[in-house]
Design a protein. Structure first.
Length: 388
């Protein structure tokens, strides 16, 4: 049994990119709302967002589907469901109570209430739970913030488990890897796009489209023959992805038609096409270049899930103080990254040493390896070689 180290590496690299994205949103006032915004609105920040956002969360949901295939191959559905509750639902609820009020506090200070106290912000946050006038929550209203991903992943995991068990009973799981060609994989963007208008959405995609990508990972991209096919065409996929990304940037700049408003860009078929081809390209390139591990990679992989949970409050708190400094946007941007990344890891190091607290933030306890299934997607079988 060969571990897919490149999946682990793609996972923690994606989490580090979340810092890059959230720091860029601070300088994107007018395109995006956020808890803290700088007086500088930078076109470079929009470029960063259009380079990363179309594919980043799709990749994480897709890898989660891949991981689910491996997990269900080793354990009963009831155990899998119990693990999802412990590793997803518990940190989600704990984060809503313990972390989201911090976001609300800085959101209120940045949006018209500079003198608000933290207790006042907490009271406002929880008392506005039924306020749907500002669903983003960036101004201090009740909102799940960055924890939307964990909430969506829990709902999708439960729904997908039911779907998977139903199709197994109806004997519809026989998918031959030979039929999953590269054009077939690219054409999966069609249902992804069609579903992108159904239900609530975050970061340019809806719950239904994220559910579809999760199933794509489970049924198609969990097979090593298919992943090898992506690796064989990684350069072609990367080139197509680059062209599509340039087209997306051209739309954003008004060079190509489609509307320069961010909502127009994300609503066009070009955005999910760019994002899905990006997922395939990243998986193929990762298998080709990143299938290795070491002490640093193992640490980053193990810490990536709690780092995701903790990063947003730390980054927003850092951004509140940095944007008040008399520096230009480039210096502010890098100061936010330079302080929030090590600050989040330092907080993680404290929390992981607190047995009664770490489970609330998704920090895995000391378990036997065969029982350890992280909440974030980790693939642990069928690598480059075959079992002998």
């Amino acid at each position: 049994m060969v571990r897919l180290h490149y999946i682990d590496n793609l996972r923690w690299m994606s989490i580090l990119l979340v810092f890059v994205v959230h720091a860029a949103v601070v300088f994107s006032d007018g395109w995006f709302g956020y808890y803290v915004t700088s007086a500088y609105s930078s076109e470079a920040a929009l470029v960063i967002l259009l380079l990363i956002m179309p594919w980043l969360m799709l990749l994480l949901f897709c890898i989660a589907g891949i991981s689910t295939r491996f997990a269900l191959a080793k354990r009963a559905p009831s155990l899998y469901l119990k693990e999802r509750v412990v590793k997803l639902l518990v940190p989600f609820l704990a984060g809503i109570v313990l972390l989201c009020p911090i976001l609300a506090y800085f959101g209120m200070k940045s949006h018209g209430y500079p003198d608000v106290t933290f207790p006042e912000a907490v009271v406002h946050f929880f008392s506005s739970w039924n306020n749907i006038r500002d669903p983003s929550g960036f101004t201090g209203d009740f909102d799940m913030g960055h924890l939307w991903f964990i909430g969506y992943l829990f709902v999708i995991s439960v729904a997908a488990l039911g779907f998977i068990l139903l199709t197994q009973k109806q004997q519809r799981t026989g998918i031959s890897p030979e039929t999953v060609s590269l054009p077939f994989l690219i054409l999966l963007v069609v249902p992804l796009w069609l579903l992108n208008g159904i239900g609530p959405g975050v970061d340019g995609y809806t719950l239904a489209s994220y559910f579809a990508v999760f199933l794509f990972g489970y049924y198609f991209l969990s097979d090593d023959t298919v992943l090898a096919r992506l690796e064989n065409h990684w350069a072609v996929l990367a080139a197509i992805w680059a062209v599509l990304t340039l087209c997306l940037l051209a739309v954003g700049a008004g060079i190509l038609p489609g509307g320069s408003a961010i909502d127009d860009i994300t609503a066009s078929p070009l955005a999910p096409l760019t994002g899905w081809v990006g997922v395939l390209a990243v998986l193929g390139t990762g298998r080709h270049l990143l299938n290795r591990t070491g002490r640093a990679e193992a640490y980053l992989s193990a810490s990536s899930y709690p780092i995701y949970i903790l990063q947003s409050p730390v980054l927003v708190a850092v951004a509140w103080y940095v944007v008040a400094l008399p520096f230009g946007p480039l210096m502010q941007y890098f100061l936010i990254l330079a302080a929030s990344i090590p600050g989040t890891f330092a907080l993680y190091e404290i929390i992981r040493r607190l047995p009664g607290v770490r489970v609330l933030f998704g920090v895995a306890g000391q378990k036997k390896k065969r029982c350890n299934v992280p909440a974030f997607p980790v693939a642990d079988r069928a690598g480059r070689g075959k079992e002998r």
